[in-house]
Design a protein around this ligand. Sequence first.
Ligand code: ATP
Ligand code: MG
Ligand code: MG
Ligand code: MG
Length: 439
Amino acid sequence: MRLSRYFLPVLKEEPKEAQIVSHRLMLRSGMIRQQAAGIYSWLPLGNKILKRIEQIVHEEQQRAGHIPLLMPTLQPADLWRRSGRYDAYGEEMLRITDRNKREMLYGPTNEEMITDIFRSYVSSYKSLPLTLYHIQWKFRDEMRPRFGVMRGREFLMKDGYNFDLTKEDALHAYNRHLVSYLRTYERMGLQAIPMRADGGPIGGDYTHEFLVLAETGESEVFYDSEITDLKFGNRQIDYDSVEQCEGVLQEFTSRYARTDETHDEAIFAEVPEDRRRSARGIEVGQIFYFGTKYSEAMGANVVNDKGERVPAHMGSHGIGVSRLLGAIIEANHDDKGIIWPEGVTPFHVGIVNLKQGDASTDSASEALYTELKAAGLDPLYDDRDERAGAKFATIDLIGLPWRITVGPRGLAENKVELTNRRSGESVEMSPAEAVQRLK
Ligand code: ATP
Ligand code: MG
Ligand code: MG
Ligand code: MG
């Protein structure tokens, strides 16, 4: 992309309405625009990153064997009356009446609808196990929408639902989700710690929340510091293997890590004192096993191998896709702006032409731009007629992990400068070498 032809409405002024750094940086770098409290337009840069995050979520869900579908944002109220949640959900649910006076709602989650789909088509245990998921907008009329996309009212969520014949099978699905989430967050450059959580209004016996440690997090958390040394890394997991998934769950959940809702001072006291930590965290996902709660209420039964009709064992598993942008920025920024982890960066590298209009820097920049694209990378070429300082500030603000600076002095010796955003380190090399390094 050439910056002169892109739409990147960077703000010069500090936005006053933003209380936390990620919200401030998302507004300043022209990623989002607020349209109403907790409701945002995703401008091209924000949209591009949102799509990258969605793509990672899709890849990791499908790697785990989960199947994508797409359910609507609007749902009929009747579906929720059958589960008994229509009244229970309260004011967080946005209720809508259509022209025929039918009661509708903007879905805050999809347990009812997916259970309805399941029971309409599946009747035999032979179709199980089955996990269906989608990435779709949700609406929750939050009491205090704030912190930008972190607590929006309209927000993007990946929600997945497993259907299994037995509790044992459903717990394997639970463990499989835990493994796939660990991989997902690490690919985004985040450490998200699974913590024992509370069932809440959905209810459930087994549930973990995934928390990214950050001072601006809304949750209070307590943990054994050893847990932050655990890395999932590049291990190959057979998602069908009960032992392997269970092993990962044991490894990542055997140390103390709880949110304030389940925190227990007596158990926490058994952790050696120098390893006891209390901190704040951002909830970026949650997994639940809730048994037959919805399948019984809504008649989602299957026939087992003895010919008996039994309710399916279910769980639901969510990732806060749009919230993740805020969480990644909270964990990756400095006073110049965002520092995108390579896995989610909107552009791999920014090309800064120090002397726009100069024949040699123009042609060298153009050549770099073409070669980087030919190498399969997505470069952003700052071809505007701006001062060098303004160009650097923009590339730093929007957080591209690499910058190539093309100036007349260096070019005289066939040199450009390759700069790493995170370390600030700059190295001179030929344009061909720079392309080679970034490949
Ligand atoms: P919170 O405790 O932050 O209100 P939740 O527990 O109500 O979240 P879940 O029902 O577990 O949310 O939904 C799954 C994920 O969706 C959450 O882990 C979170 O990352 C994301 N999420 C929930 N509410 C919002 C919101 N208002 N804005 C953005 N993301 C959200
Ligand atoms: Mg909530
Ligand atoms: Mg929560
Ligand atoms: Mg939750």
